[in-house]
Design a protein around this ligand. Sequence first.
Ligand code: TYM
Length: 338
Amino acid sequence: MPDTISPAEEKQTIFSGVKPSGDLTLGSYLGALRNWVDLSEQYDCLYCIVDLHAITVRQPPAEIRSRCLSQLAQYIACGLDPVKNTLFIQSHVPAHAELSWVLSCYTMYGELSRMTQFKDKATKNAENINAGLFTYPTLMAADILLYQTNLVPVGEDQKQHVELTRDIANRFNGIYGDVFTMPEPFIPEVGARIMSLTEPRQKMSKSDTDTGCVYLLDRPEDILRAFKRAVTDSDSAVRFDLQEKPGVSNLMGIYAAATGKSYADIEAEFAGQGYGAFKSTVGEAVVELLRPIREEAERLLKDKAYLTQIYTEGANRATFLANKTLRKVYKKIGFVAK
Ligand code: TYM
């Protein structure tokens, strides 16, 4: 066994990823990345920059290239130790695309048609409803199943894709025996669905152009401004009510996730104070949460040689593990060995 393989092999495996289709947001941090860091001691973790997924929507080449590096710096700056975690870029490991093709032959058209993310994206990109947008979940299933993953820490919007991954794995295992480990989604109780600050009924999304998005590398003054402008309602009570008060409830969710406070504590803290003080306090809590991440990411981004070394080593280890599964899959299907 090559010595790039860590002794953590007996631990259970985690796989997760973020698309470099925009800069990392407060939503992806609270919904996913923060849990990656929390879980990274107990599991053998692979965290990927899923560039193959990003091109289902057109990306300017220079932007996707620089975002991949910046995303890697932000993964590390969030607290992911590159010695303990395998950090890599998806297109560096061809097995993802290879298994994706195989799995697409075990995924039903009807299943893919039911994916809410496909329906959403097809509406938003009516001029480019490409086949990749439709088969995206089979690539995601390949990402997860290649590493015999036990746990997939994601925000709520990815739950349906992880469930489809389980259905595909079940179908494949049903035909060929136990080839794939059955993965479970890991979705946080607080922070699983952070909404836009300006349109609180819509998910905060890195690829949206509205101003209700907060990015991990935003300057403190921009973050404070975004929270001051956050949409609330005509009432003045800080109270959690997703139906009637989506803006206030979203801010409470962000504040709870940033500070660890309960909704009851937050309601008590701002009783009788109105929204001005509340919005400023939430903004300041987010500034403090993100400050060390931005500072460390900016420092790391100056060291391209270090980042290159991390993603190269990451791809080597990921390739080794992925090829083990791919060989097994090819053998089970009946392909002639090379
Ligand atoms: P992506 O790039 O859209 O988002 C990355 C992660 O961040 C979470 N997230 C959010 N959580 C809470 N509130 C939000 N507003 C918010 N926005 C994003 C997402 O749920 C996700 O966990 N298909 C995936 C990427 C992927 C993947 C995988 C994930 C590809 N292969 C394999 C896990 C395992 C995606 O588009 O995530």
